[in-house]
Design a protein around this ligand. Structure first.
Ligand SMILES: Nc1nc2c(ncn2[C@@H]2O[C@H](COP(=O)(O)OP(=O)(O)OP(=O)(O)O)[C@@H](O)[C@H]2O)c(=O)[nH]1
Ligand SMILES: [Zn+2]
Length: 210
């Protein structure tokens, strides 16, 4: 699933604009996934003969299909008529993704902000961009960077900042079993990277003191 960005940068419009974000579904074959899940469980010595587990392969297939499917959305932007030139920040957005190494979930929060240029973005779109990139096998570093780069490309803002704090169940429930640990990643660009006071304001408003 990849976003096919619009050909051009945002047009100089004076009305709200909705650009449909295209999703290229790679096609989910639930029947094949269910069969594979049954084989997988059997290979692990788990029988699906009991009434309680009979539907488990189907549920597993559906659960992963859900985790790997994001909802299409329109990229709604508005002209920045008032010349708003301070930070816009969505704080504490829930993150739910799956690590690409073990296919185990990682969950946490994201803080996503930008300094507007000629356009402002419909606020909910910050959460939708996050969801779009989270619904695939991921590493946290790439997820963080993809969101920041997407906003930079599509909104042409004066700066972008993304911070994600997440707990990786492959690191807490198994393996090293570092219970209670979380991982923080960030991606900054433009003013939020280069101007110390903007950068500081971003981390302060996000509730992260640097
Ligand atoms: N950089 C990065 N690593 C991740 C992420 N999610 C999981 N990992 C790590 O991916 C690594 C995979 O390493 P491997 O040594 O191949 O796997 P493993 O033998 O299961 O490793 P252990 O978890 O140490 O038992 C582990 O260190 C995980 O903690 C992520 O988002 N970013
Ligand atoms: Zn992992």
């Amino acid at each position: 699933m990849t976003v096919r960005p619009p050909e051009d940068r945002l047009p100089p419009i004076h009305m709200p604009v909705s650009l449909h974000v295209v999703h290229e579904s790679q096609g989910v074959d639930l029947v094949a996934a269910e069969r594979a899940a049954e084989d997988f469980l059997r290979a692990l010595g788990i029988s699906t003969d009991s009434p309680n587990l009979r539907a488990t392969p189907r549920r597993m297939a559906q659960a992963y299909a859900d985790l790997f499917t994001s909802r299409p959305f329109d990229l709604t932007t508005f002209p920045n008529d008032e010349g708003y030139d301070e930070l816009v920040l969505a704080r504490g957005l829930p993150v739910r993704s799956v690590c690409e190494h073990h296919l185990l979930p990682f969950t946490g929060v994201a803080h996503i902000g930008y300094m507007p240029g000629d356009h402002i973005l419909g606020l909910s779109k910050l959460a939708r961009v996050l969801e779009h990139f989270a619904c695939r096998p991921q590493v946290q570093e790439r997820l963080t960077k993809q969101i920041a780069e997407w906003l930079g490309e599509h909104l042409n803002p004066k700066g972008v900042g993304v911070v994600i704090e997440a707990e990786h169940s492959c690191m807490t429930l198994r393996g090293v079993q570092a219970t209670g640990s979380s991982t923080v990643t960030s991606s900054l660009s433009g003013l939020l990277r280069d101007d110390p006071s903007s950068r500081q304001e971003f981390f302060a408003l996000a509730g992260l003191h640097r």
